[in-house]
Design a binder for this molecule. Structure first.
Ligand code: GLU
Length: 376
């Protein structure tokens, strides 16, 4: 086997997933020194890579149970209550640990990453937060999400968040130092796998257990690694909490590195797969702008065919050929009213303006005539 490529030296965005067992003590209470160490590790890693950091943090359920003195098993409403109480405690610690950097709480449920309109909404919020220098701290919205609306574990959530922010790296912190060829808790001779090239070809007996406090075991970490690496996001499952993150920043992987499958942008791959709800015909100037990676402005749109709503995927067509696909910022009737016009007149025409662009370049994928995607 050829040697894997070296660790990335630069990244635009990194998502760090922190599980309950990495943040809480045996009684399930949040353990501030662990939070601080992880906050510091995440910041060191981000600085080292030149990357913006997004955290996906569990711990709300456990912290809420401890705060309320609840013991397992809980009813669903009790679990929801515990998550609501614990989430506030969790954010208090992240806010203190990351200061002076501002933090933001983002609670997502399955629909927010699987429904087009909500995907664009969540993405726009995350983009704005990152632009403002905030560290978003994401958790699943356990207080309102019922079983069928849940992703269920934060490992899976972290892969979706990595996908959502178009991260280059996903780092999943765990209490075992990565993936072994056999379950290390039952096989003392188990060997750690340093690099996994192809998760689908892997046949390790990884065991399914996690610690008692969280919900994820190695199985959900592998699922997360599979979702992320398939979307082109390199994934690390490492131990050691904050120290593990600092080690990673030095190029030392205290766990397993999962190589990404292909270098397509995750978000763009997602957009290209969306069902198309409409069509925008554009002029030559707009076609050239899009080919250079710029946004689609109202002035370049000559016709809109619908019906499509905010957040829908539409084909962008020039001279009868589909040249791009994107998620549209305005519904069909609004596009009809602003097409051909300068951006500065959007507010007058519509009586208000949400966006300058009809399709923002971050939500646009250029398709060459053969229909394949360009490199990112
Ligand atoms: N979202 C849950 C919490 O904050 C945890 C889910 C998980 O551990 O994967 O308690």
């Amino acid at each position: 086997m050829s040697a894997p490529p070296p660790l990335p030296t630069r990244a635009r965005r990194v998502v760090v997933k922190v599980g309950t067992s990495s943040l809480t003590d045996d009684a399930g209470r949040i353990h501030p020194p662990a939070v601080w160490a992880i906050a510091r590790g995440a910041q060191v890693l981000g600085a080292r890579l030149g990357a913006q950091v997004v955290l996906v943090s569990s711990g709300a359920g456990a912290a809420g149970r401890a705060r309320l003195g609840l013991t397992l098993p809980l009813t669903l409403p009790e679990k929801q209550a515990a998550a609501a109480v614990g989430q506030a405690l969790l954010m208090l610690d992240w806010e203190r640990a990351l200061a002076p950097t501002p933090v933001a709480q983002l609670l997502l449920s399955a629909g927010d990453v699987q429904d087009r309109e909500r995907y664009v909404n969540a993405k726009n919020a995350l983009e704005a937060l990152l632009r403002l220098g905030v560290v978003p701290v994401v958790n699943e919205n356990d207080s309102v999400a019922t079983a069928e609306l849940k992703l269920g574990d934060n490992d899976t959530l972290s892969a979706w968040v990595a996908y959502l922010v178009d991260a280059d790296l996903l780092v999943v912190l765990t209490d075992v130092d990565g993936l072994h060829d056999r379950d290390p808790r039952h096989h003392p001779g188990a060997r750690r796998l340093e690099v996994v090239n192809d998760l689908d070809a892997l046949a390790a007996d990884v065991g399914d257990g996690g610690s008692g406090r969280g919900t994820g075991g190695m199985v959900t970490k592998l699922r997360a690694a599979r979702i992320a690496t398939r979307a082109g996001i390199e994934t690390y499952v490492i131990g050691g909490g904050g120290a593990g993150l600092e080690a990673l920043a030095r190029g030392e992987v205290r766990g397993t590195r999962f190589l990404a499958k292909r270098a397509t942008s995750a978000r763009k791959a997602w957009i290209a797969e969306q069902p198309v709800r409409g069509r925008l015909d554009v002029d030559e100037g707009a076609r050239r702008a899009l080919a250079q990676g710029r946004s689609l402005l109202p002035s370049g749109v000559v016709a809109a065919t619908g019906p499509f709503a905010f957040g829908d995927a539409v084909d962008v067509v020039h001279a009868g050929t589909v040249v791009a696909r994107g998620l549209v910022n305005y519904a069909r009737d609004a596009v009809d009213r602003i097409r051909g016009k300068h951006t500065s007149s959007i507010a007058d025409v519509l009586g208000g303006k949400d966006f300058d662009e009809v399709v923002h370049r971050d939500n646009l994928v250029w398709l060459d005539p053969s229909g394949s995607m360009p490199p990112r």
